[in-house]
Design a protein around this ligand. Structure first.
Ligand code: IPE
Ligand code: IPE
Ligand code: MG
Length: 254
């Protein structure tokens, strides 16, 4: 058969993970909170609440596995289109998560970082973020990168504007604009590109996430709704990633 659909392996434990070939950077599109709530005839806000609990567990597992970076899509530039109440709930949950979890995140040596136009978030969320980033700045473990009011296209436009300004003012020569220089103008500056992208809830799209950075990322889409995603599902995704043949456009010669 020329096309072999991806079959989920049964993964029971961490033993199946090759610890020397872990993804350095995992990115997750945490999708499906609304559907999870709908299935239970609960308000969407309860789905988001359950989603925060999953995030807590996944951060812990990534920390334990010594993954370097975990980037999670928490709020997109398009999510402002949702009803005001739902946006409010998401922002409150963000502030609450940071307030409640900071101590444990700090104890687990996690560094909190953000990407996106965080200046447009409610002040309360901005305050918690600033505090969390400052307190965890000197940690050396997992970098938890929260994508908040993030959109891949707007990130690229902003990078183009910033480089153009430098070029016009004479501090940057056009010939010196290359992929590395461009990457260093994005929110993810200093971070490796994601090796593995996981999207929960089965949707096969990027929804404006990390458009530049995902150029050669391995994609694993799982059917579980984000609140149902857990350690085992994460391990299964990592095992699937480890079976992929990453060629980066080349071929194997041996
Ligand atoms: C993901 O769950 C959370 C955010 C986008 C903030 P959704 O709220 O998109 O859940 P579905 O896709 O409607 O099920
Ligand atoms: C992507 O999910 C954004 C986040 C997970 C924050 P959406 O639910 O917003 O994406 P679409 O609308 O299904 O593309
Ligand atoms: Mg969704």
């Amino acid at each position: 058969m020329w096309f072999k659909p991806w079959k989920k392996d049964k993964v029971e434990s961490l033993d199946q993970v090759a610890m020397d070939r872990l993804p350095r950077h995992i990115a997750i599109i945490m999708d499906g909170n609304g559907r999870w709530a709908q299935k239970r005839a609960l308000p969407r806000s309860m789905g988001h609440r359950a989603g925060v609990e999953t995030l807590r567990k996944i951060v812990k597992t990534c920390s334990k596995l010594e993954i370097q970076v975990l980037t999670v899509y928490a709020f997109s530039t398009e999510n402002w289109k949702r009803p005001k109440d739902e946006v409010g709930v998401l922002m409150t949950l963000l502030a609450e998560y940071l307030r409640k979890e900071l101590k444990e995140l700090h104890q687990n040596n996690v560094v909190i970082r953000t990407m996106g136009k965080t200046k447009d978030l409610p002040l309360e969320a901005q305050r918690e973020l600033a505090h969390a980033m400052k307190s965890t700045r000197d940690n050396t473990g997992l970098i938890l990168n929260l994508a908040l009011n993030y959109g891949g296209r707007s990130e690229i436009i902003d990078a183009v504007k910033s480089l153009s300004k430098e070029a016009v003012s004479g501090t940057l020569r056009i010939e010196d604009i290359d992929e590395l220089r461009f990457s260093e103008t994005l929110f993810t500056r200093g971070l490796p590109d994601p090796d593995l992208l996981i999207r929960t809830s089965g949707e096969m799209r990027l929804s404006n996430f990390l458009l530049w950075q995902l150029a050669y990322t391995e994609i694993v889409v799982v059917e579980e709704l984000w609140p149902d995603f857990g350690e085992k599902a994460l391990i299964a995704a990592i095992v699937a990633y480890q079976k992929r043949d990453r060629r980066f456009g080349g071929i194997h010669t041996n």
